[in-house]
Write a protein that binds this ligand. Structure first.
Ligand code: IVH
Length: 688
């Protein structure tokens, strides 16, 4: 065989194989080969096609990737107009009854005639798309547009793996226009938005998050850069057709709507498996109710169901009114998005002291529930969405997800509406609220004193690894806090039989056991006591290190951040947290009271200070070092108390430059910073 023919044969074989794997992977969800194997085949075909461009075909699997940026979309006149359907919005069963009654009337059926056969489908919440196949090959994909003229989005649609570039099997008509919905699954939408948020956080200018999967899908379909479109994962379901070669011209003969969909499925097109044949209104109602119950757990948004007369002959008989078929209707579900107004933005303080801004909303019925508030998550999120008191906002509740403010309606903002700012003090206890470096949340620093954190603080203090108070569990803490018997930790040690026996389900015996447990816990150790205070970032081992280093509680309470940084294994975040905790007068007061109640522990002497020659210094590493890896150098620097930063600034104390140091070194020199080589670094770490 001639070389050219062999290459041609190989290219054909590769295309065949890749089409098969595409179908297995995207449509059936049952891949037969690992991704790497698929990639190898794809690369081989890409290679062949680039060496022999004459071999490339429009339906080649390689066409799913790449392509030049579009200038705009060409207009496409639809061979058969893309119509819309009448909507029954009421959520009651009457929607289905009205439709059935209308169909029976139009068809001249009598009451005792048998029920009409319908098909019932999901109403996907995406964009209508027309896929044109000629000779089994995808030649064009177009949006609905105004129904008569749409846009040519073939390039972008080719990147959707679920859409076959070539029909499978046999018996397909010479011309087949598949109509269906392109959409984004909820999971893909969440992932995409997460990615977008990360890009924005890194300073990307022209990026935004998407309000809902429908908008994200629309943006992807109409994206002019196919490379970007490819990164937006889209899905597709076929539900109808446009032009199709007639039986007289050799096309297949169909009698029923569901037969066409079944054939499309066999030709490799994605068809939802939730399509059902229904007889009469009762079946339609059952379908509507069944889907309604499952709506939240579907992997994608739907906004209702669609009923269609199954018989194509009856469809023809029923015909159209203006631009809507008489044989189909959409029966909607309650909307998953609504507009409402923000009445206030309150701050909720969680059990761990985290401050969360919450938008209080004028009550609105959305996604099947009445929503009166929605979390704004944190300061950055609230600022990003720029939600202000008085604003009209779009609230979305889809799936099981908690209701969310997705966007503000900018035109409806009242003049003078103030930008939201996080309070700098805890709204529950008034202690300072701090946002740690690199953290998203503000936290109340009044851990022991704050009403919101009371239960958590007491449980943490009482646990076995802390003060080990026998007999004090979660239920009892809940009960005592709610009854107002204890407010802060010292109240525990002021309890007497009198307050306890009044509590429900508390016998005298258990009350006495608890008092004995409390008495016993007064004899503590400094690490246990410290851990029990629940200082953020102070776990058992940090508590031990602090105790060993300072010996006495007072030493820790008075320590500066610098002094705390000198403790082995304590970095800036922990040091800040410990310092902030003991700076709060409320916390100090609680500690004093605990001591006054008899809580005690043996105190020791401060440990000999291990030298931390680089405490408070910032070092930047750049280039390749010869004898140390980047991580080793970082560990050594941090052990010596230095902070290792990723970028050079005026605040950098030292820049350690190895081989092939680039822009960071340039910047260091430009700023006149001290630049060290590897030897210099060693000298720095081990001062004589
Ligand atoms: S049938 C002539 N079936 O809902 C009938 N439409 O107005 C054409 N849609 O934007 C539509 N799921 O894209 C049909 N299973 C379904 C559908 C569906 C979603 C969309 C369609 C159009 C609107 C109907």
């Amino acid at each position: 065989m001639a070389v050219a023919a062999r290459i041609q044969e190989r290219a054909d074989a590769l295309r065949e194989l890749l089409h098969h794997h595409d179908h297995q992977y995207y449509v059936l969800d049952a891949p037969e080969v690992p991704d790497a194997e698929y990639d190898k085949l794809l690369r081989e075909l890409q290679e062949l096609e680039s060496q022999h461009p004459e071999l490339a075909t429009p339906d080649s699997p390689t066409r799913r990737v790449g392509g030049a940026t579009l200038e705009g979309f060409a207009k496409v006149r639809h061979a058969v107009p893309m119509l819309s359907i009448r909507t029954e919005t009421d959520i009651e069963p009457t929607g289905a009854r009205n439709f059935d009654a209308r169909v029976r009337r139009e068809l001249g059926l009598k009451d005792d005639d048998p029920p009409v056969a319908y098909i019932a489908e999901l109403k996907f919440d995406g964009l209508a798309l027309n896929l044109r196949y000629e000779g089994g090959k995808l030649v064009q994909a177009a949006t609905r547009g105004d129904g008569a003229v749409g846009e040519d989005v073939t390039q972008n649609i080719r990147t959707i793996g679920q859409i076959p570039l070539r029909l499978k099997g046999s018996g397909w008509p010479a011309v087949l226009e598949v109509r269906g919905e392109v959409f984004m699954s909820r999971a893909d939408f969440e992932r995409l938005n997460e990615l977008q948020r990360a890009k924005i956080a890194q300073g990307a200018k022209n990026e935004k998050t998407f309000v809902n999967p429908r908008n994200a899908a629309a943006g992807a379909v109409r994206q002019l850069d196919p490379a970007i479109a490819r990164q937006r994962p889209l899905s597709f379901f076929a539900y109808g057709w446009g032009e199709i070669t007639a039986p007289e011209q050799g096309g297949p003969a169909f009698e029923r709507h569901h037969e066409v969909l079944r054939a499309m499925k066999a030709w490799g097109l994605p068809v939802s498996d939730r399509i059902t044949v229904a007889h009469g209104a009762d079946d339609l109602i059952a379908y509507h109710q069944g889907v309604g119950r499952e709506r939240d757990s579907l992997p994608f948004d739907i906004d209702g169901v669609v009923y269609k007369v199954d018989s194509l002959a009856l469809q023809r008989k029923l015909g159209f009114v203006t631009r809507e078929p008489r044989w189909a209707v959409a029966h909607k579900f309650p909307a998953q998005e609504q507009v409402t107004t923000v009445e206030s933005i309150d701050i909720y303080v969680g059990r761990t002291g985290k401050l969360t801004p919450v938008a209080r909303l004028a009550p609105v019925f959305v996604g099947g529930v009445t929503v009166t508030n929605a979390t704004l998550h944190n300061e950055d999120e609230a600022r990003r969405k720029d939600v202000r008191v008085g604003d009209s906002v779009i609230v979305r509740r889809a799936g099981d997800v908690i209701p969310e403010v997705v966007a503000v309606v900018p035109d409806r903002r009242l003049p003078g509406a103030l930008q939201f700012t996080m309070p700098r003090s805890c709204p529950v206890c008034g202690s300072e609220a701090l946002r740690g470096e690199g953290e998203a949340d503000y936290r109340c620093t009044g851990g022991l004193f704050c009403g919101a954190q009371r239960k958590q603080a007491i449980l943490h203090f009482a646990q076995r690894r802390a003060m080990d108070i026998e007999g004090l569990g979660e239920k009892l803490v809940d009960q005592m806090v709610e009854a107002g018997v204890i407010r802060t930790l010292p109240d525990l040690y002021k309890l007497g039989l009198g307050n306890l026996v009044d509590l429900e389900r508390m016998g005298e015996k258990s009350a006495q056991n608890l008092l004995a447990g409390l008495e016993q816990s007064k004899t503590a150790s400094l690490p246990r006591f410290l851990f029990g205070l629940g200082i953020r970032h102070v776990g058992e081992s940090t508590a031990r290190e602090l105790a060993r280093h300072f010996g006495k509680l007072d030493g820790i309470m008075e320590a500066s951040v610098e002094q705390l940084l000198a403790v082995p294994d304590i970095g800036p975040i922990v040091a800040e947290s410990v310092h902030a905790f003991f700076q709060q007068p409320h916390n100090r007061e609680v500690i004093e009271q605990l001591r006054a109640c008899g809580v005690h522990w043996p105190e020791g002497e401060p440990a000999v200070q291990t030298p931390k020659p680089l405490a408070g210094k910032t070092v930047v590493l750049t280039g390749t070092l010869t004898t140390l890896s980047r991580d080793e150098a970082k560990d050594m620097l941090e052990a010596a108390g230095a902070k290792v930063a990723g970028s050079v600034s005026k605040k950098t104390d030292y820049v350690v430059a190895g081989a092939e140091a680039g822009s960071k070194l340039d910047k260091a020199l430009a700023l006149g910073l001290t630049v060290l080589d590897e030897e210099g670094l060693r000298a720095l770490l081990a001062p004589s």
